[in-house]
Design a protein around this ligand. Sequence first.
Ligand code: NDP
Length: 457
Amino acid sequence: MTITTVSNEQLAKEYVDGVFEQLKQQNCHQAEFLQAAEEIFISLVPVFAQHPEYIQANILSRIVEPDRIISFRVAWQDDNNQVQVNRGYRVQYSNVMGPYKGGLRFHPSVNESIIKFLGFEQIFKNALTGQPIGGGKGGSNFDPKGKSDSEIMRFCQAFMTELYRHIGPDVDVPAGDIGVGAREVGYLWGQYKRLTKANESGVLTGKTPGYGGSLARKEATGYGTVYFVNEMLKDANDSFEGKTVVVSGSGNVSTYAIEKAQQYGAKVVACSDSSGYIYDPEGLDLAAIKEIKEVKGDRISTYVNYRPNATFTEGCTGIWTIPCDIALPCATQNEINGESARTLISNGVKAIGEGANMPSDLEAINEFLNAGVLFGPAKAANAGGVAVSALEMAQDSSRVFWSFEEVDAKLHQIMKNIYMDSKAAAEKYGFPGNLVMGANIAGFIKVADGMLMEGVY
Ligand code: NDP
């Protein structure tokens, strides 16, 4: 008789594969969600091999299924008195670590798959910050482009007229994301107050400073990404000083990633929007970018009117053909594929910091890791935004507001901690230097331990 012993690693792999197979069957049309889940699942095999108690409690099947998905009609009137209808979402994924927390995205591409991928990643990102916040995400397929200010206001009010019954400062705290900045948060917040009579400022973050908002929230995601990359570089005896940097996007995250990289002595030569990218070999003029995007709400192509030596090229992916030492993808999901990654590598890129959520696809991530490029994954590198959102919640509930310098110092420390925790987890589970594994594992373990403590429900 032959006795076969099954190793813990094999058991763990079978468990993870089994849960993923079931996930695929149940969500076969949700490509982005499956992509995000697969990246995390792969990282967790060594964890399950060392923690059979997580398999016993079936933590993976439980954590990947949202607590609830809310989908609702948003009817609003445009400036021509026509009634428009959009779909709104809020996915409340996990409140093990604290109230559900995650932004709202207004973009025509929004669907359940996108909101679920963002919400699932948010659980682990939020756990990594060390702040008491769970994971959630929401949004709508509403397209803010070309809408008047009054239309934006009416849409936000209509959106909140349904959403308000599902959220609260200790229940679920939305914030901004693509297409949702301080203006939209202001309209949402005003409507929440009218509907509830309560001045619960901690129900939304990303508010304007002076109206319950935190100083340094606007800068937090971009600055945090650069702080994280700086930690990776320091560990490799390197720095931003004198480096050539390419940043995609020209929205909230990109603008403040450019600002901090420039403060650290880098030359940022390119950024983009969804129409194309600008290249300024002498280094981007950030004041011009802020005027174009934040003041005028214009297209990035108009940058060439400010800087005659700069060029504008249509199309987004071409930005990754520009030779650089450091690339900071800060626009949207899947903007770097395997081919773009290989181009960046052959042009000598040393470090990647993901300011956007899931900007590199799985093939690209593997290319970077195999080539020994320092790689800061989104969950860790862009967690600064939500970390300062949690600091905004703390200030709102205490009615005490901190200076820019105080918030920035806390943000900086949080980003250092996330780097150290991710690095330590990667080493402990046998993948030194692999921060994708490290961030996924460090975030997951915090939530899984909380789930064990709470029992099955
Ligand atoms: P914004 O709406 O402020 O900016 C998004 C920018 O990306 C715009 O310049 C937009 O251009 C551009 N863009 C969109 N699609 C593409 C594309 N395919 N190629 C090139 N550029 C593109 O959003 P944020 O800066 O807030 O968010 C950017 C990313 O960062 C998202 O992935 C978001 O989830 C993530 N993130 C944001 C946080 C925050 O605090 N805001 C926190 C953590 C992550 P256009 O104007 O033409 O649409």
